[in-house]
Design a protein around this ligand. Structure first.
Ligand SMILES: [Zn+2]
Ligand SMILES: [Zn+2]
Length: 383
């Protein structure tokens, strides 16, 4: 068996040190030599292992007694207690587990924050308003988005350059406080550090300790052709910066479309109201109707009723996302709804013409509404 390691020397404490002092010394050293902080550093790794072994023995009053007396399984240190430790593959992720196991004897049972966790940046939302024509043909619009970015003075620590945040004395870096005992304990964010686990004594003059500053990010956003009112366009990675090396969030651009006085959006199609004169509706006609690119001629059949719809297929707005590379996108239709234009007043000439017309078109089209039917009650006193 190897010579007995001096666990007290490893932890830098005297043989008479209290359990509390040993724990403090261990925490300090474990933080300094933690593999997360010293990637690819074999020496730190070995040191960390020693520290962990030492604390496993003298950090436990029972094992410490055996170690001090030179008897029992922990008398010789490494050979004893830390089950399987010698075969342990030391990588940073298992380190975290070891640490949390070691600290699980503390009140919270939660992992100590040896290194801040990477956090994805928040998503941002911005609004833009475009014209109807821009919505149909697509547009590139400038956009300014207020966003938080890492403070350049303190590089995000929130501490004045040259100073470092201190481990919070209240929660000892855990970021949470536990009240009560056992099953009835309640954990909540530390009241002193707000859950960060650290305290900033000299705040950064630029960001006043926030670690971030508000900036305006400017983008030119490509709005795809055919976009609709209220569409959300996602710009991946254009949201808030991530923290501690986490990825950035996304930016969502909510697009508002100014309505057109002529074209009404109906799902993926457009609708246009086309007024007809009474003679056009009666006799049929060829009428010019607007399209997105100009105009077209539509044939109105004789006897067209109010509300009749004619369609021009593929003349509508592009369907966003429908274009294969290089190909032109699929498009919706335009629905032309014919309405019959009824004049509010008539000239004397029109009056005469209408009189002629009403003579020619005698008969009552509503008569059938008043016929006795098997299901209806039959209208009484209509004549
Ligand atoms: Zn700062
Ligand atoms: Zn705290």
């Amino acid at each position: 068996m190897a010579s007995r390691p001096d666990h007290y020397a490893t932890l830098g404490v005297g043989k008479k040190a209290s359990q509390e002092e040993i724990k403090k010394a261990y925490r300090k050293l474990a933080r300094r030599y933690h593999p997360d902080r010293n990637p690819d550093d074999k020496q730190s790794e070995a040191r960390f292992k020693e520290i962990a072994q030492a604390y496993d023995v003298v950090g436990d009053p029972e094992k410490r007694k055996q170690y001090d007396s030179g008897t029992g399984p922990f008398a010789s240190g490494a050979a004893g207690g830390f089950g399987g430790f010698g075969n342990f593959d030391f990588d940073a992720s298992s380190m975290g587990d070891i640490l949390s196991n070691l600290f699980s004897g503390s009140a919270s049972g939660r992992r100590v924050r040896t290194k801040p966790r990477p956090e994805r940046g928040q998503d941002l939302e911005a609004q833009t308003t475009i014209s109807f024509d821009q919505a149909v043909s697509g547009a590139q619009v400038p956009l300014s988005v207020p966003s938080a970015s890492t403070c350049p003075t303190c590089r995000g620590t929130g501490a004045k350059p040259g100073t470092t945040p201190r481990v919070c004395p209240r929660c000892e870096g855990r970021g949470i406080e536990t009240q009560g005992q056992g099953m009835f304990s309640i954990s909540q964010p530390c009241s002193q550090c707000g859950g960060s686990g650290t305290i900033i004594e000299d705040p950064c003059p630029t960001c006043h300790g926030a670690g971030a500053v508000r900036t305006m990010k400017r983008y030119r956003v490509n709005i795809p052709a055919g976009v609709r009112e209220g569409s959300r366009i996602r710009l991946p990675g254009k949201g808030e910066q991530g923290r501690n090396g986490g990825p950035p969030g996304d930016l969502y651009v909510i697009t508002h479309v100014d309505p057109s006085p002529i074209f009404k959006r109906k799902g993926e199609h457009l609708e246009v109201e086309v007024p007809l004169t009474i003679p056009e509706a009666l006799r049929g006609a060829e009428v010019q109707v607007p399209t997105l690119s100009g105009s077209k001629t539509l044939r109105v059949k004789p006897g067209t009723a109010h509300g009749t719809v004619a369609r021009l297929r593929g003349e509508g707005p592009p369907k966003p996302g429908s274009a294969a590379k290089g190909a032109s996108p699929a498009r919706g239709d335009i629905h032309y709804r014919f309405t019959i234009d009824v004049p509010k007043e008539l000239s004397s000439e029109q009056e005469k013409a209408v009189e002629e017309l009403s003579k020619a078109m005698n008969g009552n089209p509503r008569a059938r509404l008043f016929e006795e039917s098997s299901t209806g009650t039959g209208a009484k006193g209509g004549s």
